[in-house]
Ligand binder design. Structure first.
Ligand SMILES: [Mg+2]
Length: 211
């Protein structure tokens, strides 16, 4: 029987938020507008799906920029992540990354962590590497997307036990769908997650004592 552990990426496996770094590279004006859009979504005044498209329209991320930010994920890796994942894999866990970020940007980081399975939003580029668009049907572009993917993963892996690890409220939404949810507060502690998560850690290696 298999065991499945699913990690959020941004502010969990790595300190950065990929979309923020893409925006930052486009200057203060784009960065500030993107932060405002993210806040609007948090307030609930704009649907997440709407903000998702607007931010990317502002940023217009090129393929080259995505590769740069991909390297930043590696530079800002959580200090115990690589060793913890290697240990889990040795103990027979299937390890998956589940992110509201972008699969193209996360890919080099996942390779660095020896994780083959990434669930994240695909970006599309034109032949010259300029931004074309994103997969608007992908579940993590909207509220409730992470539980939806978790159900697909449970279907695929049929694990005897399942664990989700993440810092955000969108990660917390999966708590009732997995055997164990572990909140992570090593980079960006969030009160709601800390209060509601049945398990809570601030260093990834601490999860080895919980799973
Ligand atoms: Mg996160």
């Amino acid at each position: 029987m298999s065991k499945l552990i699913v990690f959020d990426c941004d502010s969990t496996l790595s300190e950065i938020e990929g979309v923020d770094e893409l925006a930052r590279a486009k200057g203060a004006d784009v960065f500030n507008q993107c932060v405002q859009l993210t806040n609007d979504a948090m307030d609930g005044s704009v649907p997440i799906a709407d903000v998702f498209a607007k931010r990317l329209d502002l940023i217009q991320p090129t393929e080259a920029l995505c590769q740069e930010v991909g390297q930043l994920y590696i530079q800002k890796i959580e200090s115990s992540a690589k060793e913890t994942i290697a240990t889990l894999q040795k103990e027979g866990w299937d390890v998956v990354i589940l992110s509201g970020g972008f699969s193209n940007v996360i890919q080099p980081f996942a390779a660095h962590l020896n994780i083959a399975h990434i669930e994240a939003v695909p970006l599309f580029f034109n032949a010259d590497g300029s931004y074309q668009g994103f997969d608007e049907r992908y579940p993590t572009t909207r509220n409730g997307g992470k539980p939806e993917i978790i159900h697909q993963l449970l279907e695929k892996y049929q694990p005897e036990t399942s664990v989700m690890v993440g810092d955000g409220v969108s990660d917390l939404e999966t708590q009732e769908h997995v055997s164990k949810f572990i909140g992570f507060g090593g980079f960006t502690p969030r009160e709601k997650v800390k209060a509601k998560a049945k398990h809570y850690i601030t260093q990834l290696s601490d999860l080895l004592d919980i799973v």
